[in-house]
Design a protein around this ligand. Structure first.
Ligand code: ARG
Length: 482
């Protein structure tokens, strides 16, 4: 439709190469709503008369409900405009694209899509957090080993582990919300690169579409995609976080650990080994996170050598960003259902916590309470662990004589008494430092995060209602004009 400057049409193969029409199904509805807002603004600023606006708005409404034949259109913008002209003629239909360009149009569509996707993903994140909190409340006293270097480190609680990801996911929510503030600005009316001489009102289209303002500079509005990269970056981080959760559960569901068991509906069988119960969903979370990271890299690579202003390269940013959205909407939902049905084997966790030398630091700290310098306590307990390990017994089984051989200045019976007083329960009762694995901290953190989740739910509901309210008002306006 735009090729009057050029003598010839694209051949079929080249058209396929150039076209973004198949990816554009993701922004079709946004493109139409954006065109409705643009039309209302043109009418309100006397660039279109009422009859013209009415005709265009009516036709756009009809297009929303139709299955469009893509024909030879290069993208959704060309397709919608050409279909509109087909319906109402070029005299009026040909006026819709006044004072805008496909460059501000596509930037608008992407922002509208990402804006909705952020809200959807944030809803999914809060659902997952809520499931983690429910499980955490059930496992406030479920003792388990904590690991560093995948070696047993300290006695912990399963709720403490779950709460660590509650906080990580709150940050994912916050990161996406910060990106939302920068996404939720309208580029519409920026034109191809430098604006227009026609008397448009950019703030009015922004308001009609529920944006909190405009991307002012018209080069920036049409040619920048840093906020898209920021969004894809937030998704890549979110997916990396979910991938680490997946990795934990994959390890903990092995027969060797058996700390957790995935419910049958979230496991896969083997086609050949009848005994298998594979954690495919978790593995795919790990696998899909690679996609999310790749998508971010694709976007940044696209941008880094691009001159300012719109370049057609920018079209190639759409598939990775849409892919990231799809992954980030699905992953938290699946993980949440998986966590809700997860069987936690508290006994196995407890056995593992009791079996090693995880109380070593707790014992050293009890010696510190007796006035011993920490370095000396560390040396003594370290030697006792070495001794116990070599004689293949627990610390509790050491004799006063054995203890005396490494702790010369202290009464060995006193140390023996301390060692035998220590259990997973006593350690977790004594562990009261802020944010620690101790029992009292679990209670406090769960209550605190519950308050936080309801605050975030309110913020999200307000944000979502602002957009849907504006779009509702816009429909109302089109109805009045029609
Ligand atoms: N299909 C294009 C895209 O997705 C739309 C903008 C085309 N603009 C242009 N000047 N060729 O980016």
């Amino acid at each position: 439709m735009y090729r009057s400057r050029l003598g010839k049409n694209l051949d079929k193969r080249t058209l396929d190469y150039v076209s973004s029409i198949s990816d554009d199904s993701e922004i079709l509805q946004y493109d139409i709503v954006g065109s409705q807002a643009h039309t209302i603004m043109l009418y309100e600023n006397k660039i279109l008369n009422r009859a013209e606006a009415k005709k265009i708005l009516y036709a756009l409404d009809r297009l929303k409900k139709e299955k469009l034949d893509t024909g030879s259109a290069e993208d959704i913008h060309e397709l919608i405009e050409s279909q509109l002209i087909k319906k109402i003629g070029a005299d009026v239909g040909g006026k819709m694209h006044t004072a805008r360009s496909r460059n501000d149009q596509v930037a608008l569509d992407i922002r509208m899509k990402i804006r909705d996707d952020i809200n959807t993903i944030c809803t999914c994140i809060l659902d997952l957090i809520s499931t983690l909190l429910t499980q955490a409340a059930k496992h406030k006293t479920t003792a388990m080993p904590l690991y560093t270097h995948l070696q047993q480190a300290q006695i912990g609680t399963f709720s403490h582990y779950l709460l660590s990801y509650v906080d990580v996911l709150f940050r994912d929510f916050e990161r996406l919300s910060a990106a939302y503030g920068r996404v939720n600005l309208s580029p519409l009316g920026a034109g191809p690169a430098g604006g227009t001489s026609l008397p448009i009102n950019r703030n009015s289209t922004a308001k009609l579409l529920g944006f909190s303002g405009i991307v002012e500079n018209s080069i920036d509005a049409t040619g920048s995609r840093d906020v898209v990269a920021e969004y894809a970056g937030s998704i890549a981080i979110l997916m990396t976080n979910l991938s680490r959760i997946a990795e934990d559960l994959i390890i903990w569901s092995t027969s060797e650990f058996s700390f957790v068991e995935l419910s049958d509906q979230f496991s896969s069988p083997s086609s050949v080994m009848p005994q298998k119960k594979n954690p495919d969903i978790l593995e795919l979370t790990r696998g899909k996170s690679a996609h999310a990271i790749g998508n971010l890299v694709a976007i940044l690579s696209n941008l880094k050598g691009l001159m300012s202003g719109y370049g057609r390269d920018l079209q190639e940013i759409k598939p990775p960003v849409f892919s990231s959205s799809k992954i980030a909407i699905a992953a938290p939902v699946v993980l949440s259902s998986m966590f809700a049905t997860l069987k936690v084997n508290g006994q196995k966790m407890r056995e593992a916590a009791d079996s090693g030398y995880l109380s070593a630091l707790d014992i050293a700290e009890l010696l510190v309470n007796e006035g011993m310098p920490f370095r000396e306590a560390h040396r003594i307990v370290g030697s006792l662990v070495q001794m116990a390990h070599h004689s293949k017994k627990s610390l509790k089984k050491l004799t006063a004589g054995e203890i005396g051989s490494v702790a010369k200045q202290v009464d060995p019976n006193k140390i023996l008494k301390i060692i035998s007083s220590v259990s997973a329960g006593s350690s977790l009762k004594n562990r009261t430092s802020l944010g620690s694995a101790g029992f009292s901290e679990q209670k406090r953190m769960i209550a605190d995060r519950r308050t936080k989740i309801s605050q975030y739910q309110k913020i999200l509901a307000r944000r979502t209602a602002r957009v849907s309210g504006a779009i509702q008002d816009l429909y109302e306006k089109t109805r009045v004009i029609k």
